[in-house]
Design a protein around this ligand. Structure first.
Ligand code: UGA
Length: 434
């Protein structure tokens, strides 16, 4: 099938590459000429495990092309995916200007039937708006479909190739057939393609992300309670998660959820609810808990140093909002750094992938260590903010020998509490005995 993907950000590039990998002929369009030239030249612009190999292969075999020319890019396409940014506006609602601008252009450009697919996370009613915007000038038939993506950064290729489900929102039989044919190869193991109306598809995406965020905030509050009552959140998590109705996944307490999706989507759903004259109380609490959770370790650090962090030096491992990505958007580490520096401390940071992004954002506000152990030099304590695998089984003797004090504040519960005691560490984590 001939496919065009408009927008070569994270979702667009993964979508385009994975469709090319399954034999489709894919053209990706972006207004950023520098990016298009890099991509055309074989240089991938995002970090995502497993993507580069597929990208290189499909580029070489001419199944994947890049252009800045929207008209040429969509000319032969049967399906046009819109994978454009929807950043939060000042009031938390999603900004649709990028999508509607492209919709307007498409209305002037297309001359034969196309299926136009909203891939971005967009508020309920967007498909209708896109439909109306294209229709203003369009002289041919077309359908607008909502097809939210459920990719997780770090495992996006796998999520795309083997989705739990594909949600397709359309009431058009013609578009349903095209989308069914396109996604058929991805659900051969029997996972469902769920056809529904456009609005239900749009809401499904927000509901899924908000529910997962709710699970996390709920467990973060249980962790707080565990500490107050002397229980162990690891035990409670296992006990609770073994109930199939609840499930084991997304119950890990920590220092809050970050990234470009959960914070933005929960906020946008709260805003949509307000606009519909409904106060979504649970989600307001989810956001509130998460804001506080990002600084969960601070009172522990302050208590240890008698509320005096002036002149203290901290090593911080993990900057990305989660492992296997260089994405630092809404990363809890950034909030911890801010609080430590504001209290007069200095910080040296290390992350396997996200250092360049942090350098661009923070400059010389912190020092940077290219190796995780160099990061520990002269530090009064180690703070862990992201659960990268390389941090899971470190050389504890080396850590002890390098840090000024055998002191670890772990926001991701990487180590066994009893073992840390045996090794002679003062070890504090989330929802477990110190
Ligand atoms: C999330 C969803 O999981 C995807 O299904 C969705 O497609 C995507 O948003 C999106 O809307 O584009 P992502 O933001 O890449 O994916 O990351 P997750 O793996 O979901 O993690 C989100 C945050 O929750 C991270 O900060 C992570 O540390 C935190 N988390 C996750 C916890 O604190 N505890 C857990 O048990 C799980």
């Amino acid at each position: 099938m001939k496919i065009t993907v408009v927008g070569t950000g994270y979702v667009g590039l993964v979508t385009g590459t994975c469709f090319a990998e399954t034999g489709n002929d894919v053209t990706c369009v972006d207004i950023d000429a520098a990016k298009v030239s890099k991509l055309s030249g074989g240089q991938i612009t995002i970090y995502e495990p497993g993507l580069e190999k597929l990208f290189e292969r499909n580029l070489k075999e001419n199944r994947l092309q890049f252009t800045t020319d929207l008209a040429a890019g969509v000319k032969d396409a049967e399906v046009i995916f819109l994978a454009l940014p929807t950043p939060p506006g000042e009031d938390g609602s999603a900004d649709l200007s990028y999508i509607l601008k492209v919709a307007e252009q498409l209305g002037n450009i297309i001359t034969d039937y196309k299926v136009i697919v909203d891939k971005s996370t967009v508020p309920v009613g967007t498909a209708e708006k896109v439909q109306a915007t294209i229709a203003k000038n369009c002289k041919c038939e077309f359908d607008v479909v909502s097809n939210p993506e459920f990719l997780r950064e770090g495992v996006a290729v796998d999520d795309f190739m083997k989705p739990d489900r594909v949600v397709i929102g359309t009431r058009s039989e013609r578009a349903r057939k095209v989308m069914g044919d396109l996604f058929g190869p991805f659900v051969r193991q029997g996972n469902p393609i769920l056809f529904m109306d456009e609005k239900s598809a749009e809401l499904t995406k927000y509901a899924a992300n908000s529910f997962l965020a709710t699970k996390i905030s709920f467990m973060n509050e249980i962790a707080i309670l565990c500490e107050k009552l002397g229980a162990d959140v690891d035990m409670v998590r296992r006990g609770v998660g073994s109930d199939d109705r609840i499930g084991k996944r997304f119950l890990f307490p920590g220092i809050g959820y970050g990234g470009s999706c959960f914070p933005k989507d929960v906020q946008a759903l709260v805003k949509s609810s307000e606009d519909a004259d409904y106060d979504f109380r649970i989600l307001n609490a989810v956001m509130d808990v998460n804001e506080k959770q990002k600084l969960f370790l601070l009172p522990k650090i302050n208590a240890f140093f008698n509320n005096d962090l002036k002149g203290k030096h901290f090593a911080l491992w993990g900057l990305a909002f989660k492992p296997n990505t260089d994405d630092i958007r809404e990363a809890p580490a950034l909030y911890i750094i801010d609080a430590l520096v504001a209290a007069g401390a200095t910080v040296t940071v290390h992350d396997p992938e996200a250092m360049e992004n942090v350098k661009r954002l923070l400059g010389d506000k912190v020092s940077y260590a290219s190796h995780q152990y160099d990061c520990l030099n002269d530090a009064d304590a180690l703070v862990i903010a992201t659960e990268w695998s390389v941090f899971r089984t470190p050389d504890f003797e080396k850590i002890k020998a390098t840090l000024k004090n055998p002191l670890i504040f772990d926001g991701r519960n990487l180590f066994d509490v009893a073992r840390m005691q045996e090794l002679g560490f003062h070890y504090e984590s989330v929802g477990r005995a110190a």
